[in-house]
Design a protein around this ligand. Sequence first.
Ligand SMILES: *[C@@H]1O[C@H](CO)[C@@H](O)[C@H](O)[C@H]1NC(C)=O
Ligand SMILES: *[C@@H]1O[C@H](CO)[C@@H](O)[C@H](O)[C@H]1NC(C)=O
Ligand SMILES: *[C@@H]1O[C@H](CO)[C@@H](O)[C@H](O)[C@H]1NC(C)=O
Ligand SMILES: *[C@@H]1O[C@H](CO)[C@@H](O)[C@H](O)[C@H]1NC(C)=O
Ligand SMILES: *[C@@H]1O[C@H](CO)[C@@H](O)[C@H](O)[C@H]1NC(C)=O
Length: 396
Amino acid sequence: MESLNMKMIRAVMIIAVLGILSQLGSCKVVQFIFGDSLSDVGNNEKLAKSAARASLPWYGIDFGDGLPNGRFSNGRTVADIIGDHIGLPRPPAFLDPSLTEDKILENGVNFASGGGGILNETGGLFIQRFCLYKQIELFRGTQELIRRKIGAEEAAKFFEGANYVVALGSNDFINNYLQPVYSDSWKYTDATFIDYLMGTLENQLKLLHSLGARQLVVFGLGPIGCIPLQRILSSSGGCQERTNKLALSFNKASAKLVNDLSRSLPNATYQFGDAYDVVADVIANPNKYGFNNSDSPCCSLGGIRPAILCLPLSTLCANRSTYVFWDEYHPSDRANEMIAKEIIRKLGFLYTNSTSNGSPSPSPAEAPARSTPEAPTEAPARSTPEAPTESPSSDD
Ligand SMILES: *[C@@H]1O[C@H](CO)[C@@H](O)[C@H](O)[C@H]1NC(C)=O
Ligand SMILES: *[C@@H]1O[C@H](CO)[C@@H](O)[C@H](O)[C@H]1NC(C)=O
Ligand SMILES: *[C@@H]1O[C@H](CO)[C@@H](O)[C@H](O)[C@H]1NC(C)=O
Ligand SMILES: *[C@@H]1O[C@H](CO)[C@@H](O)[C@H](O)[C@H]1NC(C)=O
Ligand SMILES: *[C@@H]1O[C@H](CO)[C@@H](O)[C@H](O)[C@H]1NC(C)=O
């Protein structure tokens, strides 16, 4: 006769074994992010020779501990906000020195790099950046590491179960086609350049599919002719209409490409999401949305414009939530939130909480920047998905 104690021990052991088996059988759903400075969470910060790095104050002032964290914004990126909404962990930067196979299996990886484009030649003036092909090459290396760690079969399941974001294109115009120093500006016309971009993006999306990407979202472009840098370069101070037209053509062509691929590639759910119209309306009617400036950067160096990046010497606007743009190129946290919400609405993303241990960790209270030399490697998540945007801390 088995004693009650033995029965209990056996029961506990069976439960423990079942627990381990269920963990082995189902990898976590994570994200792999490919992008430019709008999605970079620290890759360029580690590229010593890059001329596009968000490594100095006041970048990150409204994020976690307020130190620069590699994001080209005062707060969160659009991908941060969408991932939080879906309930997925925020993937660390590929160049994060603390990245390990275990971290990749728990959180995914973010390959986005400021200055990067769909085209290899885009952003050449920034010297160092990962273009999309390079990001995919780094992803292949990551896959090899994971295969060695958990075996080919489990790895294939892991990568097929993951979510993918591809968010590039702004630099292919702003830091390539529209600048005469780049040869693409005279080799192509508007129409042939868009065709060239689409042909390249099609190959890249097919390549990602061949590597296992099944659930993938491509972000479209906003009205990039209205970023402060474009306005200051126009004689009237208004938006550059030609640039906006190019962004609209890009969006139209990539929406079609993504929808076609979603139909033709086996088991693919590829979606296209953009927030062009909402952002254009915010820029035209900032007051309607609680903004009060939509044409200049919140962070600026007195009257010296364009200052390209936000610098420690720069001064900040009084209320960072009332500015659509954080610097000459990049939207503020609050504008990113509007963009993210629009994409979430359009694509019908639901909160799934697919992670077993609830990903968005509670945010630390906002604190003034400290002078600790090394920022923590894990970007601290800062708000629960439904939390309203924090009001900036140290303004007014
Ligand atoms: C683009 O760069 C990748 C490496 O990052 C290289 O393999 C590829 O051949 C390049 N493509 C072109 C068209 O230059
Ligand atoms: C598509 O999904 C089915 C069912 O899960 C699977 O058997 C098949 O191998 C998949 N095909 C590809 C190309 O992933
Ligand atoms: C800053 O602006 C936001 C958005 O308009 C507003 O909700 C908030 O109250 C403002 N904060 C301060 C301190 O004025
Ligand atoms: C921005 O807000 C300030 C202070 O509330 C106000 O004086 C100013 O007119 C506003 N500007 C715009 C463009 O809404
Ligand atoms: C997500 O799921 C986990 C485990 O079921 C739960 O503990 C956690 O509270 C959930 N998170 C949210 C934000 O609902």
